[in-house]
Design a protein around this ligand. Structure first.
Ligand code: OKP
Ligand code: ZN
Length: 338
């Protein structure tokens, strides 16, 4: 399997996140990607597809905000990472505000996702990593590839960041595949957390099927999205499938959900699968509560490969850094062995 990685993604290193009422060391560390890269060995060079494929999944004003936010933060006399503190919830309307704190509130939904001086650079190359890994699938020279993306993307919507995510790598690649002629693309999100940003981007899009297996949002982040009754709207009605599972879930119940997701994807009959892969379902993950083992990832990878679709695997979460390389290798080995 071809593996794509770009070291410019490592520059993003937020110091702290607001966690259970205090500022804690940020869980989404550069070493996550470094350790996976070391474990997997040689990586393909990432190409620059420019800004236009990003603007197919995100709004132009959001991209401008993300690119300039930290500069504006410094210009406002601040230091360190930029984080919002006021979010427009009640009777929101499209006010044209200039103050950086207002913009942070407008373009984000949580306080766990700081913007550093290097966030744009890292996120930009994360998106290019996904697009580069998609390329061999589009020209038919490969049937599967792995985009080692960081920071993750699946919580980022068309015009907002959140959940450690800034640019939605999987959504950008999915839309690029649509634009390259794939009539129907399926996204399977197996990160521990619901991929609310991806779901939102394709909510009314009947040409993209979004299936997600994740921790029940009644108990886990992101709380407000990922409930079983969320199924899409308009032309996308029925093209979203949410399979929330309880804390403590082990492989057998997980595989039942996976079979359900894969059956729905098969019925949708896509020509490409994008797998949003978070290894935070791991039993030893510090911020999550499933009980998937390293060996289980090979089983899961094999089962997904059996769907027989050209597959772009995009890295999302996974915070047990010491075990992350082995867990990712296990899923990729299980996928290719099939
Ligand atoms: C990103 B991905 C407070 C808890 C917020 C955010 C989890 C984001 C996970 N700091 N947790 O889906 O792995
Ligand atoms: Zn996650």
């Amino acid at each position: 399997m071809q593996i794509f990685f770009d070291r410019r993604q490592l520059a993003h290193a937020p110091a702290l996140e607001l966690h259970n009422g205090g500022w804690a060391e940020h869980a989404e560390k550069p070493s996550r990607a470094e350790i996976v890269c070391e474990r997997l060995g040689a990586c393909e060079t990432v190409r620059d597809f420019g800004r236009s494929p990003l603007a197919r999944a995100h709004t132009a004003d959001y991209l401008d905000f993300l690119e300039t936010a930290h500069t504006r933060w410094i210009a406002a006399g601040r230091s360190g990472d930029a984080v919002g503190y006021t979010w427009p919830v009640v009777r929101r309307r499209p006010l044209d505000l200039d103050r950086i704190d207002a913009l942070l509130g407008r373009y984000s939904y949580d306080a766990g996702t700081p913007i550093t001086a290097d966030t744009w650079e890292a996120a930009y190359w994360g998106a290019q990593t996904a697009l580069s890994a998609l390329a061999p699938l589009l020209d038919g020279s490969a049937s599967a590839s792995f985009a080692l993306c960081r920071p993750p993307g699946h919580h980022a919507g068309a015009d907002y960041l959140g959940g450690y995510c800034y640019l939605n790598n999987a959504a950008i690649a999915t839309q690029a595949a649509r634009d390259a002629g794939h009539a129907r693309v399926a996204i399977l999100d197996i990160d521990y957390h619901h991929g609310n940003g991806t779901q939102d981007i394709f909510w009314e899009d009947g040409s993209v099927f979004f299936a997600s297996i994740h921790a029940d949002p009644s108990t886990d982040y992101p709380f407000f999205w990922g409930h079983a009754d969320e199924a899409g709207d308009g032309a996308g009605a029925g093209a979203t499938l949410n399979l929330p599972l309880p804390r403590g879930t082990k492989l057998p119940a997980y595989l039942d959900a996976l079979e359900q997701a894969l059956a729905a994807i098969a019925a949708f009959d896509p020509s490409l699968l994008v797998l949003s892969f978070g290894a935070d379902t791991f039993e030893g993950d510090p911020i999550s509560h499933f009980a998937i083992t390293r060996a289980d990832y090979a089983t899961i990878g094999g089962r997904i490969a059996a769907a027989g679709l050209p597959t772009l695997i995009v890295m999302e979460g996974g915070y047990a850094v010491a075990e992350l390389g082995d867990n990712v290798a296990s899923l990729l080995d299980g996928f290719t062995a099939r």
